[in-house]
Write a protein of this length. Structure first.
Lengths: 117, 362
């Protein structure tokens, strides 16, 4: 770890929101063409996000079923207002960044994190 | 919103995090349980072909040099794919686990503080202590490592749930290793020490198994010790935790009847390992037992080439800086040089690990 450690901060200090030199930074490169690394990261994030959404729909259907509510038609008929559109756009932007951010994280393969193994 | 727990395991703070992390668990299972055997099969085959073709130089009676193994493996397309898979799932696991529990950071910090207020006599640390640099690696890529993240204990707990691919959700592996830990031949078991105890999973099981014994856990990570203590207090287990270096434990001579260590030694430099063994010899009473579960060692070619490749990769890409040194070391000889009588211990379900019982002569 690059920073000095004061243990008193671990007990009464603020919990840092961002932490981790390994999971932060540029990460590692395993392919000659770094785009393959980035594509796999994107694919994994996409698959993770798709599963989370799928799981949520499953849970939602169970919750509504318990309440005796059929929602399929209602969902199709729902028309969002401006506030909802803006909130959904912000969430969507974060979703896109989570999936495709790896291409920006490692724009070239010539990085200090290139693995020798 | 309190989403409760999964038995004795904390639950991520929202469904989206939990679903994502369950996806990571499934992906890890694919990468480790099926991906590594695939890599091993194609790698060993390519290596055998390279040896037969005279492309790899091997001296009679010696194992193939690691650099030669790496050269052959590097030509296999699945190898960088597997490396990318394993590194990426590890990053995804820690990133989202910490993000999730960060949403309840104040609540977790308050629970640890409340446990310390309720039972200050069961936790020992010095706020001014500075862990040495060698202990402050981000082992397994965990953000802040074991020493620097106030939430490190909780993040470790859920992160290792994923690491263990669902096989240790209720501490099942720790139950097994604690049950199998060798007791002294004379049966006297008044004080037990778990070194490198982390969040106290085996420590609390030892208390369940030996309720009349005084059970202690020691670790260098203050965030781990605080979480271990909270977890024990909340589950009404009278266990004593201490932050200290295992090589400078501070316990009296001949104080313990049994010591346990689970996958500690490959996380420290060999020099420190020797110091820890000398310290454990000091704190064990004559006839006391030291139950050790650890990475393979004394590598004289018995470790397959693909496993050596994996350990080297893991060392460099999963922040395990000291494990190759341990694997190459004469661990049994070092134990004997420290004064212990060494015998094979009971095997675990995880047969990658070696099991050793080191006894201090009576």
């Amino acid at each position: 770890m690059s920073k000095d450690l004061n243990q008193a901060d671990l007990i009464s200090g603020e919990v840092p929101a961002d932490l981790g030199e390994e999971i932060g930074g540029k990460g590692r490169v395993y392919f000659e063409n770094v785009v393959i690394d980035n594509l796999i990261d994107a694919m994994l994030e996409l698959a993770g996000a798709a599963w989370a959404h799928h799981d949520r729909v499953l849970v939602l259907e169970k919750v509504l079923e318990k309440k005796g509510i059929a929602v399929t038609d209602e969902i199709e008929a729902h028309l969002p207002d401006g506030d909802e559109l803006a909130a959904r756009a912000a969430e969507r932007d974060a979703y896109v960044e989570r999936i495709f951010g790896s291409f920006l994280r490692r724009p070239t393969g010539d990085l200090p994190g290139r693995s020798d193994s | 919103m309190d989403r409760g727990s999964i038995g004795i395991l904390p639950r991520p703070t929202n469904l989206a995090d939990e679903s994502y992390l369950e996806f990571v668990t499934s992906f890890r299972k694919l990468a480790i349980q099926k991906g590594f055997p695939t890599l091993a099969t194609v790698g060993e085959k390519a290596l055998a072909q390279a040896v037969a073709a005279g492309e790899v130089s091997v001296k009679d009676g010696e194992e193939i040099p690691l650099d030669e193994i790496k050269k052959v493996f590097a030509k296999i397309p699945f190898v960088p794919t597997w490396q990318r898979f394993v590194r990426s799932q590890q990053e995804m696991m820690w990133r989202r686990t910490r993000e999730s529990f960060m949403k309840d950071a104040d609540g977790v910090m308050a629970r640890m503080a409340a446990a310390e207020e309720a039972h200050p006599e069961r936790i020992s640390y010095d706020k001014d202590f500075v862990p040495p640099v060698y202990t402050r690696c981000e082992i397994h890529c965990q953000p802040g490592g074991y020493t620097d993240d106030p939430l490190g204990g909780l993040v470790y707990h859920y992160g290792t749930k994923i690491f263990y691919e669902g096989f240790n959700d209720q501490d099942e592996l720790h139950v097994e290793l604690a049950q199998k830990a060798a007791k002294p031949a004379d049966g006297k078991l008044e004080r037990i020490l778990d070194i490198g105890c982390s969040i106290g999973q085996a420590t609390t099981v030892l208390k369940d198994l030996y309720p009349d014994a005084q059970v202690h856990g020691l670790d260098i990570g203050l965030p781990l010790i605080r979480y271990a203590h909270m977890r024990a207090v909340e589950r009404d287990k009278e266990v004593f935790f201490k932050q200290a270096l295992a090589e400078e434990s501070g316990y009296p001579d001949a104080h313990f009847d049994m010591v346990l260590s689970y996958i500690l030694f490959h996380e420290v430099p060999v020099k420190k390992m020797k110091e820890i063994l000398a310290e454990m010899y000091r704190v064990l009473r004559p006839g006391g037992t030291f139950a050790i579960y650890e990475f393979p060692s004394n590598d004289k070619g018995q470790v397959p080439a693909s496993t050596r490749f994996m350990i080297d990769y893991d060392s460099k890409n999963n922040c395990e800086p000291y494990s190759p040194g341990f694997v190459a070391s004469d661990f049994k000889g070092i134990l004997e040089a420290a004064g212990f009588v060494v015998e094979p211990g009971p095997g675990l379900t995880n047969d990658f690990l070696q099991s050793v019982v080191a006894t201090k002569p009576a």
